[in-house]
Design a protein. Structure first.
Length: 583
C-alpha cells in the first residue's frame, strides 16, 4: 500500500477571540453613539434656529407696531408711560409657545446732562423700548431681546411727575439681579400695574411716574423671600416702609432686601422626665468586665468557692441614654458578711477612667453606703457612665459578699407632642406699636416636631406661652434668640418644664468665639439657698423652685476667669447670659 504525504502550510490566520469581539463591538458602539449624538445635536440646532427665528419675528412685529404709533401713544398697559400694548402675553408661532414681554421707559440722554445737570432740566428726552421673547427649549429657557428708541418729533417736552427708583439687595447688601418688582397704584388714571425685573445693579427706575401716593411695591424672586411696602391699617398705623409717594420733580427711592429662603425645624421635649437604668443580674448582658467575679443566683459574687482572693471587681456596660439632662443618684442593694466589704465607683463611658474627685467627691476611694448623690456630674461633659464595684474580704474562707442589684437614676427629655410655641422675628414692619414681620404661634404636632419651609433670614425668638402651663428650660443648639442665615437649615430643640415664674435660665459662653461652654460650674446662692449645677451639652442650666428675690451667682470653668455678680433678680422666668474670659 502506498501513502501520499501532503504538506499543510501554516498561514498564521486564526479565528476571532472573545477579546477581539468585545473590542470590535465597543468600537462600533462608540462610532454609532457618536453618529447618534451628532444627529441629535443637528436636530437641536435646527429646532433652536427655528424657534429663535420665530422669536425674532415676534419681537420685530411688536417693535414695528410700537414705532408706528405716535410718540405719546408709545407705552404699555398699566405702565409708566401708559399705552395700549400688553406688558406680557403668550403667543403661539409655528407650534411653539412664546412669552413676549414689552417695556417702555422714559430715558435721560447723557448728551445734554443727566438728572439735575441736564441743560434744559428735561430728563424725559426719549423713550426706550425693550421687547423680550422667551421660549422653552430642551436645554432650558431661551430668549431674544430687542431694544429700540423712540424720540419725540421736534424738541423734547417735559413730562409731569417724578422719579421712582427701586433698589433690591440681598442679606449682604449686594445687588440682586432679575428680582421681580411689582408696582401698583390704582389711585391714578390710568391705573398703574407694572411687573418688571431688576438689572445687574439690582435697580429699577421709572422717570415720569405720576405724582401720587400709595405706590404699592412688592419685590420677590423664585426661591427668595419677599419684601414690600405696607398700607396704613388699624393694626399697623405706622407701617415701615409704607406705600410710597411720588412728588413732581422729586426722586422717591426705596431699597428692599430679599435673599434665599431657609428651613427651620422645631422639636419639643419635656426636659426633666425621670428615668432609671437598673441591673438585677438575671444574666450578664449588662456586665462588661468580670475580674474574679461571677453572676450566680441573680447576684454578683466572688467566682468559685473559698478560699477567695482578697479583692475582685466587676464593671457594668456603658450607661449612655440617647439624651440625658441630669444625673441624679447611684444606689444598690448588697450583702456584706463579716470581714467583707464592697466599694462602688463611677467611670467614664469607656470604663478606663474614674470620674475625678473634683467632679464627684470621694469617688476614687469608693462609696459603701447607698444611695449616692451624683448630680454634680455634668451630663454635658459625661453623657455616659459605668458602675464599678470592688469586692473585698479579710478572711479567704468567709462567705462571699454579693450585690443584688444596682441602679442609676437620671433625668432626660422625652418628646412632647402638640406643644404650642410662638416664633417671632426681629424684623419689623411697623412702629408705635411695634409690628413684627414674622410673629406666629405654631404647634409641634403629633410627632413633637414641626418643619417650616421658605423661612426668611432673620433673628428669631422661640418661646412657650404661659397658657400651656409650661416654661422653657433650655434651647439647643443655641439659647434664644437664634439667627437664621439665608439658604440654611436649622434645628432647634425646646425643652420645657411645668411653669413656675420663680426660675432662672443661665447660658454660659466664651468671650471672642461666643461658643457655648459645656460643664461650667454655676453657683446660685443667697441667705437660705445655695446650689451649684453644671451647664449641659447646650451650655445652659436651669434653676427652678426659687423665690422671687435677688441672688448672687458665681460661674467658673477651668481655663477661664471666674464670673461673679450679686445682682441677679429672679422674676417671671428670668434669663441670664454669662460670658467667661479665657485666662
Amino acid at each position: 500500500m502506498r501513502y501520499t504525504k501532503y504538506a499543510i502550510r501554516d498561514t498564521g490566520s486564526r479565528g476571532a477571540t472573545l477579546l477581539d469581539t468585545v473590542v470590535g463591538t465597543a468600537l462600533m458602539l462608540i462610532v454609532f453613539l457618536g453618529i447618534a449624538a451628532a444627529f441629535q445635536l443637528s436636530l437641536d440646532v435646527v429646532t433652536n434656529n427655528k424657534a429663535r427665528a420665530g422669536a425674532i419675528a415676534l419681537g420685530n412685529e411688536r417693535m414695528e407696531y410700537l414705532r408706528s404709533l405716535s410718540y405719546t401713544q408709545i407705552g404699555v398697559e398699566g405702565g409708566i408711560p401708559a399705552g395700549i400694548v400688553p406688558q406680557e402675553e403668550t403667543v403661539s408661532w409655528n407650534g411653539i409657545e412664546y412669552t413676549r414681554r414689552t417695556s417702555v421707559l422714559y430715558a435721560d440722554d447723557p448728551g445734554d446732562g443727566l438728572g439735575e445737570l441736564d441743560e434744559n432740566s428735561i430728563i424725559t428726552d426719549y423713550k426706550t423700548i425693550r421687547v423680550e421673547v422667551s421660549w422653552t427649549a430642551r436645554q432650558g429657557e431661551r430668549s431674544v431681546v430687542l431694544v429700540g428708541r423712540a424720540s419725540p418729533n421736534g424738541v423734547e417736552v417735559a413730562v409731569a411727575g417724578g422719579i421712582l427708583a427701586i433698589t433690591v439687595v440681598n442679606a449682604a447688601a449686594e445687588p440682586v439681579f432679575d428680582a421681580q418688582v411689582d408696582i401698583i397704584n390704582t389711585e391714578v388714571s390710568p391705573a398703574i400695574n407694572i411687573r418688571t425685573y431688576t438689572n445687574s445693579n439690582g435697580a429699577v427706575t421709572y422717570i415720569g411716574a405720576p405724582a401720587a401716593s400709595n405706590y404699592q411695591i412688592t419685590v420677590s424672586r423664585a426661591g427668595y423671600s419677599t419684601d414690600q411696602t405696607y398700607p396704613v391699617t388699624a393694626e399697623n398705623p405706622n407701617p415701615t416702609p409704607r406705600h410710597l409717594t411720588v412728588a413732581d420733580n422729586e426722586t422717591t427711592s426705596q431699597t428692599f432686601a430679599i435673599d434665599l429662603v431657609s428651613t427651620k425645624t422645631v422639636e419639643t421635649y419635656k426636659a426633666l422626665e425621670p428615668s432609671t437604668w437598673e441591673d438585677t443580674f438575671a444574666n450578664d448582658t449588662k456586665i462588661a468586665v468580670f475580674n474574679g467575679t461571677e453572676i450566680s443566683g441573680g447576684r454578683v459574687r466572688f467566682a468559685g468557692n473559698p478560699p477567695f482572693p482578697p479583692t475582685a471587681s466587676v464593671q457594668s456596660i456603658a450607661i449612655a441614654p440617647s439624651q440625658v439632662s441630669r444625673w441624679k443618684t447611684l444606689s444598690w442593694n448588697d450583702v456584706e458578711p463579716s470581714d467583707t466589704e464592697i466599694f462602688y465607683q463611677l467611670y467614664t463611658s469607656d470604663g478606663a477612667t474614674l470620674i475625678p474627685d473634683a467632679v464627684l467627691p470621694n469617688n476614687s476611694t469608693g462609696f459603701s453606703t447607698s444611695s449616692v448623690d451624683i448630680s454634680t456630674i455634668p451630663a454635658g461633659t459625661y453623657p455616659g457612665l459605668r458602675i464599678g464595684a470592688i469586692l473585698k474580704t479579710k478572711n479567704p474562707g468567709a462567705p462571699t459578699p454579693s450585690i443584688d442589684d444596682w441602679t442609676i437614676e437620671y433625668e432626660g427629655p422625652s418628646p412632647f407632642p402638640n406643644l404650642s410655641f410662638s416664633m417671632q422675628g426681629l424684623k419689623t414692619i411697623g412702629n408705635n406699636p411695634t409690628v413684627y414681620k414674622y410673629d406666629e404661634v405654631h404647634s409641634s404636632g403629633a410627632g413633637a416636631s414641626l418643619t417650616l419651609q421658605n423661612v426668611e433670614w432673620d433673628t428669631y425668638t422661640l418661646s412657650v406661652p404661659t397658657t400651656t402651663n409650661y416654661a422653657l428650660s433650655e434651647s439647643c443648639d443655641d439659647p434664644q434668640p437664634e439667627t437664621l442665615d439665608p439658604a440654611s437649615s436649622q434645628t432647634t430643640q425646646l425643652y420645657v418644664v411645668p411653669y413656675d415664674p420663680s426660675t432662672l435660665l443661665v447660658d454660659v459662653r466664651a468671650s471672642g468665639s461666643n461658643a457655648l461652654l459645656t460643664g461650667a460650674s454655676v453657683r446660685l446662692y443667697k441667705t437660705g439657698y445655695d446650689e451649684t449645677l453644671s451647664t449641659s451639652s447646650c451650655g445652659q442650666i436651669f434653676f427652678e423652685g426659687l423665690e422671687e428675690a435677688t441672688y448672687s451667682i458665681e460661674v467658673s470653668k477651668t481655663g477661664y476667669q471666674t464670673y461673679g455678680s450679686a445682682d441677679v433678680t429672679v422674676f417671671d422666668g428670668a434669663l441670664l447670659s454669662v460670658v467667661l474670659i479665657s485666662l
